[in-house]
Design a protein around this ligand. Structure first.
Ligand code: M6R
Length: 614
């Protein structure tokens, strides 16, 4: 949610900033801008919409701006104020000497704004950010030092903020500030960088300093000093940046989403090699001892948002079945504001691909304060969620660039299956031979994922046939209810088609009124499930209302039934693991429909990959 970058060094600052912003575009695309220290004065260039528009703006003035050695940049996901040029960052002080970019929300901006207006400051945007600019400027005018002014100002701000700040009178530095919004400092040779996230620094910085909340970094070309909000120096460790540029490239695919969907078999194979190297030995969960994890625990709460919440719903079914422990699932944004029973006997599992989702972080902090033990599942071992947790189970999916979560979901599911198996093994809640058989079945999953991906032509055909429909229903039962919800989320977020997931048994309690020949219904039918026959009956009910049915199922014979328009085949597997397989055709269906419609698949409107505001 907004991406910020900063650079100080001898290379062409404009290029470095634009390159960094390009790799952060998944964080927002409402506007983009850079501020460059151009021979003693600060020039700001901004554009509405995507980063490409900023390239165009800069192309017109390129001759003027290539020589600077200090600059900051921003891509915006609008919170306060529309996606307009006036609201685009960087924002400047009234005298034009100070420029700032911001990610987060300043909660007390209205009070501060009124005070600053009384002092004569003029505001030119509807943003909360401009308040920070004028507040720092006001302090600067009193104390004459950018660092001191920033420290004074940040102590007056409430909310979440990551800033990069530069001042014309102090061209030797950029100040980076972090409170409840991610920010890292990249170290290079005779140059230093600042960014919201690692992709902006790949191929540039050699080492990284992770700022913690309530810290600021004074970043010079050859020196970085980190201080707390009291001005005391803090010693920080710089860690190597090992990610290769290849990790954030499309590798020949048309979109990141398609590349990431196709990476899933290898990701799962990698997890299994690491965590299940020998079916006759217990599951290995990097440093997590399941007996210690669950000692004294009476219940589990799983907290997440969006796609991660759907992984949580699968996990509830799986943990209750395999581990015989009560599990509740909460959307983080709801957990925060409702009474809950979290206590020292509760294991709270927080799931977040990015590890930066503000709602999830706040909920986990609350749960921790209530005495719960916290396990975090995340794809970003360097993210904030790690600092909220007692234990961390990494997803090992590699950087996910497309805004729509795909490979991280599959990686979450596999991590949760292995977690549940590990707890079941330690607690002996299942017979040993049953655990062995489950493990053996899990080892077959990567090949089955490959089989689905190699037959994607059928899914493309289906997408072609159904791309013009304006509404979809997804229905399933049991462990695949989450698959229906996730399939619908994927379709709506990247194609903008209205799609809703339902428990198939609930259809007749209201949603069936929606059905007619204009409403395709995607149904998940898994044989061997106790609800298979019920699902078939539900499909009959749908067919009777003239809705066209798309089945996702391993049952080839369904193709003989007149009621199914299309059957997307998946390999056979136990129902409990079937969400891993069902998910792939649903991801591809959404992808191909969105692509047929010419949507911006990797950057759907109004969304951002990392939702760092509550
Ligand atoms: O990084 P997180 O897993 O915490 O993100 C949660 C949701 O914001 C995310 O899953 C979102 O729903 C995606 N756009 C889904 O594709």
């Amino acid at each position: 949610m907004c991406g910020i970058v900063g650079y100080i060094g001898n290379n062409a600052v404009e290029e470095v900033l634009l390159d960094g912003l390009k790799n952060l575009e998944y964080r927002g695309y409402d506007s983009a801008g850079v501020a460059l220290n151009d021979n003693g004065s600060i020039d700001v260039f901004r554009a509405e919409g995507k980063l490409n528009n900023l390239y165009d703006v800069l192309a017109g003035v390129r001759a003027r701006v290539h020589h600077s050695g200090q600059g900051i940049g921003h891509i915006r996901w609008a919170t306060h104020g529309g996606a307009t040029l006036d609201n685009a960052h960087p924002h400047k002080s009234n005298d034009g000497k100070l420029a700032l970019v911001h990610n987060g929300i300043i909660e007390n901006f209205e009070t501060l704004k009124a005070q600053l207006q009384q002092k004569g400051y003029h505001f030119f945007s509807q943003t909360d950010t401009e308040t920070a600019v004028h507040l720092i400027d006001d302090e600067y005018k009193q104390c004459g030092s950018l660092e001191a002014a920033v420290i004074r100002a940040v102590n007056q701000l409430k909310g979440a903020f990551a800033f990069c700040i530069m001042h014309q009178n102090e061209p030797d530095k950029i100040i980076a500030v972090r409170k409840n919004a991610p920010l890292i400092v990249g170290l290079g040779h005779d140059e230093n960088f600042i960014a919201s996230d690692i992709p902006a620094l790949v191929g540039k910085a050699e080492k990284i300093i992770y700022l913690d909340d309530n810290e600021l970094a004074i970043v010079r070309q050859n020196d970085v000093t980190v201080k707390n909000f009291n001005g005391q120096v803090i010693s920080k460790r710089a860690e190597p940046l090992s990610l290769e540029p290849e990790a954030i490239s499309k590798r020949g695919y048309k979109h990141f989403m398609l590349k990431e969907i196709n990476e899933q078999p290898d990701i799962i194979r990698g997890q299994l090699a690491l965590r299940l190297p020998d079916v006759n030995r217990p599951v290995v969960l990097e440093g997590i001892n399941p007996a210690v994890l669950t000692a004294g625990i009476r219940r589990v709460e799983i907290i997440a948002c969006g796609t991660s919440l759907h992984a949580a719903a699968v996990a509830r079914y799986v943990m209750e079945s395999l581990c015989r422990i009560p599990v509740s699932v909460e959307a983080a944004s709801e957990y925060i504001y409702q009474p809950h029973l979290t206590d020292a006997q509760t294991l709270v599992v927080g799931i977040s691909q990015s590890g930066e989702t503000a709602d999830t972080l706040t909920a986990l902090k609350q749960a921790r304060a209530a005495g719960a033990r916290i396990l975090a599942l995340t794809n970003r071992e360097d993210s904030s969620i790690v600092r909220c947790a007692d234990m961390v189970l990494p997803l090992k999916a590699g950087i996910e660039v497309s805004v729509a979560a795909t490979k991280s979901y599959t990686a979450q599911l596999m991590s949760l299956y292995l977690l549940a198996l590990s707890i079941a093994e330690a607690g002996k809640t299942l017979p040993a031979e049953e655990i062995l058989s489950l493990k053996r079945e899990l080892l077959q999953i990567p090949a089955k994922l490959e089989e689905i991906l190699s037959n994607s032509g059928e899914i493309q055909q289906c997408a072609l046939k159904f791309s013009s429909f304006k509404n979809f229903v997804f229905m399933a039962r049991g462990v695949n209810l989450a698959s229906a919800l996730e399939g619908a989320l994927k379709l709506k977020e990247i194609s903008y088609i209205n799609a809703n997931g339902y428990a198939a048994g609930e259809l007749k309690h209201g949603p069936i009124a929606l059905l007619d020949e204009h409403m395709p219904v995607v149904a998940v039918l898994i044989p061997g499930s106790q609800t298979y026959d019920k699902m078939l009956s539900n499909c009959e009910e749908v067919y009777a209302r003239k809705a066209r049915l798309i089945a996702v199922s391993p049952v080839e014979d369904l193709r003989q039934k007149a009621m199914f328009d299309t059957v997307l085949l998946i390999p056979h597997c136990r129902e409990i693991f079937s969400p891993l397989l069902v998910n792939i055709p649903l991801q591809l269906l959404a992808y191909y429909i969105a692509d047929n419609l010419g949507r911006e698949v990797d950057q759907p409107r109004n969304l951002a990959k990392s939702v760092t505001v509550e």
